[in-house]
Design a protein around this ligand. Structure first.
Ligand SMILES: *[C@@H]1O[C@H](CO)[C@@H](O)[C@H](O)[C@H]1NC(C)=O
Ligand SMILES: *[C@@H]1O[C@H](CO)[C@@H](O)[C@H](O)[C@H]1NC(C)=O
Ligand SMILES: *[C@@H]1O[C@H](CO)[C@@H](O)[C@H](O)[C@H]1NC(C)=O
Ligand SMILES: *[C@@H]1O[C@H](CO)[C@@H](O)[C@H](O)[C@H]1NC(C)=O
Ligand SMILES: *[C@@H]1O[C@H](CO)[C@@H](O)[C@H](O)[C@H]1NC(C)=O
Ligand SMILES: *[C@@H]1O[C@H](CO)[C@@H](O)[C@H](O)[C@H]1NC(C)=O
Ligand SMILES: *[C@@H]1O[C@H](CO)[C@@H](O)[C@H](O)[C@H]1NC(C)=O
Ligand SMILES: *[C@@H]1O[C@H](CO)[C@@H](O)[C@H](O)[C@H]1NC(C)=O
Ligand SMILES: *[C@@H]1O[C@H](CO)[C@@H](O)[C@H](O)[C@H]1NC(C)=O
Ligand SMILES: *[C@@H]1O[C@H](CO)[C@@H](O)[C@H](O)[C@H]1NC(C)=O
Ligand SMILES: *[C@@H]1O[C@H](CO)[C@@H](O)[C@H](O)[C@H]1NC(C)=O
Ligand SMILES: *[C@@H]1O[C@H](CO)[C@@H](O)[C@H](O)[C@H]1NC(C)=O
Length: 441
């Protein structure tokens, strides 16, 4: 190490016992035998490349703070340093991370490699899952690529996770929701990071959250259990839907929600909270003011589909008869037809459709809808056509008036009245049509 870095501390050349070297700390193993526990070379304007084999010769290393130098070249392997607690390599100029470099670090608590902008693209090391005592992971600006591995189950004590300014892609792994002790989550500026952010609602220790400038979709989750939340930045994503209330969060200081597709009323905040909201799809400008009842109803409809972006793109503002896709009105501004055929919608059919009292035609065929057909649809006195064919609906079809032309074909578990007796399967080549036909008979 002395040969490899420059300028090495002067007394590293004059003192013969390494344990007397400045910035080196030893621990006594037995009488007369000691080993190196820490090498602290933070902010020493060092250049050079760390030597390989560190992990073989410094087996008793507990901390290695090397932050803020100009070290370059590949990282050496740290594999097997089983009592290492802190590895701080941030603000350097390392050029690559060898495979397996962080394997077997079973005591690691602090892992910082942030601000090494010239690292060759690498992926988040799944082997870090052996480091179950981690409290800090800081990989801001380290050229991480690919999707995150499903390796977050292990981090039961993690408090700080910063993976900002990388090129991560895909949605976050399911195990992210196991980070129940997290206090700060930073995942900024990765335009190909997608998926939903529901996981936030169970992270009740959160104080700082920044997911700015990604491609996250779906609604803002209910964060009412995150009572310690101070700063929330969800700006510049593709979030949709009605924003849940933040009024109960007494620690809140700053909220940024700008440049999304958020719908419904402009959310209310306490006066003390600094709020950024521009560039959304709210119905009105005035905070807390309720939307037109048709908008409220259609947003309940959209909610049951998980607030898909394809609806949010045009379901904005306070008049569904003006520019909203899939909605047809008469000249009085009454919604007559809702045609959501083959939009690959997920979720369920909202009972709120029953509030579109003058609806004549409702097309919901050819998606992935599950759940049942809500009873409330039978109260639509003007309904003429209801198409729910080619979905995954189940349950009993409610009794519609004879004026309604119902197409409910090809829904696996939909029945017209009570299901057929168990244990008497009826031969049929298309299971999809089986129970429908029975009902019809
Ligand atoms: C790294 O090197 C550059 C160029 O020589 C210098 O300006 C900078 O201060 C150095 N940084 C550190 C942390 O030593
Ligand atoms: C040190 O790292 C190398 C390369 O990853 C590895 O082959 C070796 O087994 C490690 N040494 C120990 C003691 O684990
Ligand atoms: C970092 O390393 C690259 C090449 O690997 C070099 O071009 C650049 O000047 C280095 N930056 C600093 C601050 O030393
Ligand atoms: C870590 O992940 C590997 C696969 O990537 C798995 O085999 C191993 O069991 C995991 N270890 C822990 C402690 O979860
Ligand atoms: C990540 O790095 C950028 C650029 O240096 C910085 O502006 C940002 O504050 C860092 N994020 C965090 C959470 O420290
Ligand atoms: C995001 O993905 C697109 C398409 O795959 C690709 O062209 C672009 O380079 C990616 N951007 C980043 C920052 O990874
Ligand atoms: C908040 O916590 C309570 C109690 O654990 C739970 O019942 C409720 O569903 C949680 N709410 C949210 C929005 O997660
Ligand atoms: C409903 O929308 C589908 C797909 O855009 C279209 O093919 C169909 O003609 C529409 N139905 C009616 C009655 O407008
Ligand atoms: C429905 O879910 C599938 C699979 O997760 C997804 O690809 C599709 O985009 C979703 N549909 C909509 C309209 O969001
Ligand atoms: C219909 O609208 C009323 C008043 O806006 C509302 O209370 C009710 O929840 C709605 N019904 C459904 C089924 O959504
Ligand atoms: C619909 O499907 C989703 C995803 O498969 C499932 O989580 C949900 O429980 C289902 N809902 C109903 C009402 O069957
Ligand atoms: C049944 O519906 C599913 C889902 O929309 C569709 O993929 C499939 O082609 C349909 N089958 C028939 C026989 O129409």
């Amino acid at each position: 190490l002395r040969k490899a870095i420059s300028p090495a501390p002067p007394d590293w050349f004059t003192q013969t016992n390494m344990c007397d070297w400045k910035y080196v700390t030893c621990t006594d193993l037995t009488i007369g035998l000691s080993s190196i526990e820490s090498i602290n070379l933070e902010s020493k304007s060092l250049i050079g490349t760390l030597p390989p084999g560190l992990n073989n010769s410094l087996q008793n290393l507990k901390t290695l703070p090397l932050t803020n130098n100009n070290l370059t070249g590949p990282l050496p392997s740290f594999a097997g340093l089983s009592i290492l607690q802190e590895l701080s390599l941030g603000f350097n100029n390392f050029t690559s991370v060898p495979d397996g470099c962080f394997q077997g670090l079973t005591s690691l608590q602090v892992f910082r490699l942030d601000h090494n902008p010239n690292l060759a693209p690498w992926t988040f090391p799944a082997t870090l899952n052996a480091s179950s005592k981690l409290t800090i992971i800081s990989l801001n600006t380290t050229n991480l690529i690919g999707s995150l591995p499903d390796a977050f189950h292990s981090f039961r004590d993690l408090e700080y996770l910063d993976l900002s300014r990388n090129s991560l892609t895909g949605s976050l792994p399911n195990s992210i929701e196991k980070l129940l002790t997290l206090q700060a989550l930073h995942l900024d500026n990765q335009p190909n990071l997608s998926g939903k952010i529901d996981f936030l609602s169970s992270m009740t220790q959160l104080e700082y959250v920044s997911l700015h400038g990604n491609n996250f979709q779906g609604p803002v989750p209910d964060l009412s259990n995150c009572t310690k939340l101070m700063e929330l930045d969800l700006g510049g994503n593709q979030l949709t839907g009605v924003v849940p209330s933040f009024m109960k969060l007494s620690a809140l200081e700053e909220v940024k929600l700008e440049k999304n597709w958020l719908q419904g009323p402009v959310p209310l905040f306490k006066k003390s909270v600094s709020v950024t909201l521009e560039g959304n799809a709210f119905c009105l400008n005035q905070p807390g003011r309720p939307c037109d009842h048709r908008v409220t109803t259609l947003l309940q409809v959209a909610q049951a589909f998980g607030y898909p972006l394809l609806l949010a793109r045009t379901w904005r503002g306070n008049n569904p008869c003006k520019g909203w896709s899939f909605i047809t009105c008469d000249i009085q501004g009454t919604i007559r037809t809702v045609n959501l055929t083959k939009l690959n919608l997920n979720g369920t059919i909202s009972p709120a459709f029953g509030n579109l009292t003058d609806l004549r035609e409702l097309y919901l065929g050819g998606s992935n809808l599950n759940g049942s057909i809500p009873e409330s649809l039978t109260s639509l006195s003007q309904l003429k056509i209801l198409d729910v064919s080619n979905n995954n609906l189940s349950g009993i079809i409610p009794a519609f008036s004879p004026n309604v032309v119902l197409n409910a074909s090809n829904n696996t578990f939909l029945v017209t009245s009570s299901p057929p007796p168990k244990g008497r399967p009826i031969a049929s080549t298309t299971k999809h049509h089986l129970w429908i036909k029975l009902g019809t008979l």
